[in-house]
Ligand binder design. Sequence first.
Ligand code: A2P
Length: 270
Amino acid sequence: MNAPAKTDNAELIVPEGVYAETVLSVTHYTDRLFRFRMTRPAGFRFRSGEFAMIGLMVGEKPIYRAYSIASPAWDEELEFFSIKVPDGPLTQHLQRIQPGDRVLMRKKPTGTLVLDALTPGKRLYMFSTGTGIAPFASLIRDPETYEKFEEVILTHTCREVAELKYGFDLVEEIRNHEFLNEIVGDKLKHYATVTREDYPFQGRITDLMESGKLYSDLGVPPLDPAVDRGMICGSSAMLKDTKALLEKAGLTEGANNKPAEFVIERAFVG
Ligand code: A2P
């Protein structure tokens, strides 16, 4: 039998060196996707775009998976956007959490999708599929992104229209946020497409880059290594294909210790 996700008993075992935080809210988008917010430990610092190891006690044992932190570095709470896998070792339990439950988090965040890993540029592309939007949910809500780039383009491709809702909610939240809206202004463009349903914008992002439709829809010139920077987060096939297109356009891959024109997150949980 599955261990219950509810962990509000006094005997909750918290492994050493791990935070146990309280779930504040849970939003289910589809039968495959949900978002949750939890308390942020005092002293927990991270850079927007990084991921942390999130876990639950399942029976006697903690189970962890890498999760991008979807909230920005300045937020008092932590947000995560997760897939639900029916027999996924962690997500079969995590999808049943409720406000008041406790979630484990290892203390050290890390990751490559950080602004410091990119050389200066004018236009920042964030390419995402599915829950790969999570690190960008953090970065599009961070004022530093808009200090460093004149234009920020978030692409999000999912199989179905309902899976795009989290992205639309994020943009709406920015618009309704007095201080962020002023900073973001018209710098942020959200380009959402689906691949398996009718929708005004259709197709894989890689196909839309190759055909040039992405650029004509946005009214921007094709990729140029002199001004364009990229971040990619999605399934491993999507990472590989998008990376190939960025390299074909003359952009090179960077890392924390060697900033360049684009970065990839390989720790993604699909
Ligand atoms: P498609 O429906 O054509 O497979 P998934 O849920 O499998 O991770 O897919 C999320 C989205 O990413 C889907 O819209 C899917 O399109 C798209 N996708 C899958 N593989 C690739 C790839 N290699 N390059 C670009 N997009 C991809």
